[in-house]
Design a protein around this ligand. Structure first.
Ligand code: XMP
Length: 209
């Protein structure tokens, strides 16, 4: 392992000073790309308590509940929501793509997994990050029914207020938002910003550059 080189000729206090400010500028780098916070972390947390309680109450009679989450967008939402649901859950993930790096849906839903979850006879809670055109939730719900799911309930963090290309509504939706491109809390732009703890709108300069 490489050893850090001691700077004998440089007062330690100056080193700490420089490290502190370098760290500060780095730690805010991602947030600087955000023009506007749309849904703050504390607001999301409170709302998740409500959705989790509903899910719990609706499925309390099931011996175990099969959850299917759509990667990668649902990762953060799923993790935070499901830890609030004290039921016996079995969790599967499906790798699906409908955006290919930009801010507009490609209109085509691709199943990227070779192996699809075994949901025969099961009641399934399907989780995604956002309901936009509706194509993804419609395509995945249909696929789960084809695979023999007894019932499919859908759950999303966000629902965009717009006309859908596919006829589908979410059974559980934490927030309704206007029809604009958002990032954070699992949602990405070009693979980045999924780890933002809130939902926000990117600065136009980031999207153009
Ligand atoms: P559809 O149009 O099929 O979209 O309902 C679902 C998938 O599209 C992605 N999506 C977004 N991703 N910001 C994002 O980062 C957005 O505003 C947005 N709208 C849709 C997302 O992956 C979702 O699962």
């Amino acid at each position: 392992m490489q050893q850090a080189c001691p700077r004998d000729d440089f007062p330690v206090i100056w080193g700490l000073f420089i490290d502190f400010f370098a760290g500060l500028s780095l730690s805010f780098a991602m947030h600087e790309d955000i023009e506007r916070v749309l849904i703050a972390e504390e607001v999301i947390e409170k709302r998740l308590d409500v959705i989790a309680r509903r899910v719990h109450d609706d499925f309390a009679s099931e011996e175990s509940l099969q959850v299917v989450a759509i990667l990668k967008g649902a990762l953060v939402f799923m993790a935070d929501l499901l830890r609030r649901v004290p039921l016996r859950l079995e969790i599967e993930c499906l790798n699906v793509a409908s955006y290919h790096g930009g801010t507009e849906s490609s209109g085509q839903v691709d199943f990227l997994d070779q192996k699809l979850p075994d949901v025969k006879g099961r009641c399934v809670l399907l989780i995604d990050d956002i309901l936009d055109t509706g194509r993804t939730l419609a395509a995945v719900s249909e696929k789960l029914r084809e695979l023999g799911a007894r019932e499919v309930k859908t759950c999303v963090l966000l629902t965009k207020d717009k006309e859908r290309a596919a006829e589908v509504e979410a059974d559980y939706s934490a927030f309704e938002i206007a029809d604009e491109f958002v990032v954070g809390y699992g949602l990405d732009y070009d693979g980045k910003y999924r780890n933002l703890p809130y939902v926000g709108v990117l600065s136009p300069s980031v999207i153009q550059s």
